[in-house]
Design a protein around this ligand. Structure first.
Ligand SMILES: Cc1cc2nc3c(=O)[nH]c(=O)nc-3n(C[C@H](O)[C@H](O)[C@H](O)COP(=O)(O)OP(=O)(O)OC[C@H]3O[C@@H](n4cnc5c(N)ncnc54)[C@H](O)[C@@H]3O)c2cc1C
Length: 417
């Protein structure tokens, strides 16, 4: 017979960015929370880790910012991407991005929560399924230490990533799916000098010999003097790329002079990691007794650097909707439904941009004018970066009617936001 861990007000499955923030927010509202992860920390995950002011403001809101800002990592002042180049705007006191390895960042969050009243953290605890009472989810089945355990709660939140066990257990439907677009690989260098105004740099390239008309390299100044160096190819070239990842990774970087010259000053100090398993989808994010946050609720290609910020903002919306709700009352379902609707509205514009669905809805000549104006007009570039970091509502830029207006010369001043 399964042993019992206990009864809680909420169980959060997955303890990285989405799960830690959700658990912290619920506990701040007085809920008793069980936070579970199948791994133990420190443990990395396949993910680069540039994050923006939307994540920083959420970390601050849940009293998790201080340990993060003590990590020695440069304040990154500029975004220099193939389609937009501008400094980061001031956003609730932050005018920088930061890039901290996930084994450091996620461990800091989990360790901080271990000592926080109201939160029980269990690692090496794999959730195998959910418990039900009638049609409601009422808890989880956990495998830990060679035993099967159960824990019960009126709300189970899946913060367990894109292959979410909770989503599978509740048969959460996916929608607006877009097949994988790119494969992304990365490693770390030391000894690459930092710019006076550190920038997150991405540069476009091509690798026709392996079928990649589109490839890109990126360099993000990271913690402890490291530089995250990455390279990716459009998905159709992945089959050729993976035949010899170290070779094509190095050759790809060497084809992009701006990157080749910079990394020549440094030395690679880590293995190359990455993935092509990057589907794009939304999932229905709530149901009777359950909710989903972070990648479990919406996954998208990382080329627009939205994942961690999306996880943070979704957690914040969920906490806002659950504030003042008694988890044992019938108000829970309505609050979860409001969360689902709000987080979809929040994620939608950048999802459409990231997956190229927005571009497909705009005539080519108008899109070209929008891109040309971004290159020529620093105000539009600044507006687009502000949208990426969610300092403004991205729908002010990344919506079909706005692209048309901006392409036609509509004012693009950030001050007017
Ligand atoms: C190559 C790559 C590069 C990326 N680069 C960036 C970037 O630079 N910036 C950015 O913002 N985003 C980036 N992302 C996206 C980012 O990694 C994700 O959006 C983010 O990690 C989502 O966080 P999460 O907490 O929702 O899920 P995850 O980070 O996936 O965490 C889920 C947790 O759930 C746990 N778990 C899963 N199943 C179970 C179970 N059954 N029982 C118990 N625990 C379970 C896992 O162990 C894991 O710790 C990148 C992603 C990839 C793949």
């Amino acid at each position: 017979m399964a042993r019992k861990i206990g009864t809680f007000d909420a169980i959060v499955v997955g303890a990285r960015i989405a799960g830690s923030l959700t658990a912290a927010g619920l506990a701040a509202n007085g809920w008793r929370v069980l936070l579970l992860d199948r791994v133990d920390f420190p443990r990395t995950t396949v993910s680069t880790h540039l994050f923006f002011s939307d994540t920083l403001t959420t970390l601050r809101a849940f009293a998790l910012l201080d340990p993060v800002l003590t990590v020695p990592a440069p304040r990154i002042r500029w975004l220099r991407f193939p389609y937009v180049e501008a400094p980061f705007p001031e956003h609730e006191g932050f005018d920088f991005a930061i890039c901290i390895r996930r084994e450091i960042l996620d461990t800091l969050l989990v360790e901080r929560l271990r000592t926080r009243p109201g939160i029980t953290v269990l690692t090496r605890a794999t959730v195998a399924g959910v418990l039900r009472e009638g049609d409601r989810v009422s808890g989880v089945v956990v495998r830990r230490g060679g035993h099967e355990w159960i824990a019960t709660a009126p709300l189970v939140i899946g913060a367990d990533g894109r292959n979410s066990t909770i989503a599978r257990a509740v048969a959460a439907r996916t929608y607006d799916r877009v097949p994988a677009l790119f494969a992304w690989y990365y490693t770390y260098y030391e000894g690459i000098p930092l710019d006076p105004e550190p920038a997150a740099l991405a540069v476009r390239g091509a690798f026709p010999e392996i079928g990649a008309d589109y490839a890109a390299a990126f360099l993000f100044p990271a913690d402890h003097g490291l530089t995250l160096v990455g390279y990716g190819v459009e998905h159709r070239a992945f089959r050729a790329f993976r035949r010899d990842v170290p070779r094509y990774f190095a050759e790809g970087l060497s084809r992009i002079p701006a990157v080749r010259d910079r990394i020549a000053a440094g030395r690679r100090v880590a293995a190359i990691r990455g993935t092509a398993q990057l589907p794009n989808f939304f999932r229905i994010a709530h149901g009777p007794g359950w909710g989903l946050v972070g990648d479990a609720s919406c996954h998208k290609d990382p080329h627009t650097v939205q994942g961690m910020g999306d996880a943070a903002r979704s957690a914040r919306i969920l906490i806002e909707e659950l504030a003042r709700i008694d988890p044992y009352s019938s108000a829970l379902e309505a609050a979860l439904a409001r969360y689902d609707e709000r987080r979809e509205r929040d994620l939608r514009p950048m999802y459409e941009f990231t997956t190229f669905r927005l571009r497909q809805r705009i005539p080519e000549d108008i899109w070209e004018r929008f891109e040309a104006r971004t290159r020529e007009d620093p105000e539009l570039a600044a507006l687009r970066v502000a949208a990426m970091v969610h300092a403004i509502d991205p729908a002010m830029v990344y919506a079909p009617e706005r692209v048309r207006e901006l392409a036609a010369g509509a004012p693009a001043r950030l001050a007017d936001r």
